[in-house]
Design a protein around this ligand. Structure first.
Ligand code: SF4
Length: 350
């Protein structure tokens, strides 16, 4: 997708003026965030990994603890995976933590760290977004970042009427436009400014157009129909029901470690599902303890947790993924955030 010809921003002088306005606003108004204070490559990389699919306010305490525990690439590379996953517990999308550790190992093994986005896309867990963010912020490369905030701002600036299939496809299609608009003198600040504008001013609902620094360049802001954009097709929601077992025996809770080949949750502990081992009991309707609801991607999941007892004949030595974990030691294992909460609630109610 290219800059529409009728847009003010198709004129090179307006593009320069747009970038200058945005940067002047950013210099005055930006939030003081830890990765902006004493910036370093390591801080930028860690914060960009954490910020994917996670809000700034959620990331802040994690980042602070993380930098204390793993202050640089070498410390992270030397840590074992279990320790790294434990430090990530509650942030979700755990492949990010595993990839960050792998990336640290690769970085410390290099004689020279590459500075271009293409090379960074070859590192574990790095897609076009993180590659552009890291190389523009840390190495001053003029590569445009496109995330959800940027999609929203660009779609409104240009009143883009095309409907995108989903957020990822909007990011892909808008990348050439974002690249045309980038300020080559301060690309890292420019990228952060555009994202900051989306996060603090160009809200999804009720954008603050009257105080927006780039209102004069914005088609939909001037027309007053900004909330119509971006036009992204509604996702079809799949409803899924999952059954889980709650087995407490001699002060221990039965948990299952998700196998290493699992894409999303490898190495994390969860309440077991009856189908995960043939010797596990089947749930009984009259033993339903609670129903929890959550969403992952386009799935609306109903989790039904049943009280159960292990059959006498079960030998857990034959089930390497199942553990009876002493309740007082539960803090030492890594549970996904919803499981941590369910376990806490259920233990408190008993
Ligand atoms: Fe967003 Fe309004 Fe600013 Fe346009 S003028 S970028 S719609 S806040």
């Amino acid at each position: 997708m290219n800059l529409p010809k009728q847009s003010k921003l198709s004129d090179p002088e307006s593009r320069v003026a747009f970038g200058e306005k945005l940067l002047a606003w950013y210099d005055e108004e930006r939030r003081e965030l830890p990765w902006r204070k004493d910036p370093s490559l390591y801080k930028t990389v860690v914060s960009e990994f954490m910020l994917q699919q996670t809000r700034v306010t959620t990331v802040l305490p994690y980042l602070e603890r993380w930098l204390q525990q793993f202050p640089d690439f070498s410390a992270l590379a030397a840590a074992d995976e279990e320790t790294v996953l434990k430090a990530w517990e509650g942030l979700g999308y755990y492949s990010r933590a595993r990839n960050l550790r792998k990336l640290a190992k690769e970085i410390v093994a290099l004689e020279e760290i590459p500075t271009d986005a293409k090379s960074w896309e070859g590192f574990p867990g790095i897609g076009p977004y993180v590659a552009a963010a890291v190389t523009s912020i840390s190495f001053g490369k003029p590569v445009a970042v496109v995330d959800g905030n940027v999609v929203r701002v660009l779609s409104r600036l240009l009143s883009i009427d095309d409907q995108f299939r989903d957020g990822a496809s909007a990011q892909r299609q808008l990348r050439p436009i974002a690249q045309d608009l980038i300020n080559e003198d301060r690309p890292g600040d420019y990228n952060q400014a555009l994202m900051e504008l989306g996060a603090t001013t160009c809200h999804r609902q009720t954008p603050l157009c009257t105080v927006c620094p780039v209102l004069q360049f914005c088609r939909s802001g001037s027309r007053g129909d900004a909330e119509r954009f971006p036009r992204i097709a509604k996702r079809k929601i799949d409803r899924v029901t999952v059954e889980r077992l709650w087995v407490v025996q001699d002060g221990c809770l039965l948990l299952r470690r998700t196998p290493s080949e699992s894409k999303r949750l490898a190495g994390l502990m969860e309440l077991p599902r009856p189908e995960e081992a043939p010797s596990l009991p089947k749930p009984r309707k009259n033993k339903l303890l609670t129903i929890k609801k959550r969403s992952i991607g386009n799935q609306a999941i109903e989790e039904r947790i049943y009280e159960a007892t292990l059959p006498q004949e079960i030998n857990l030595d034959d089930c390497p993924d199942l553990f009876l974990m002493p309740v007082q030691d539960l803090d030492t294992v890594t549970l996904s955030a919803p499981h941590r909460k369910w376990v806490k609630d259920l233990l408190a109610s008993q």
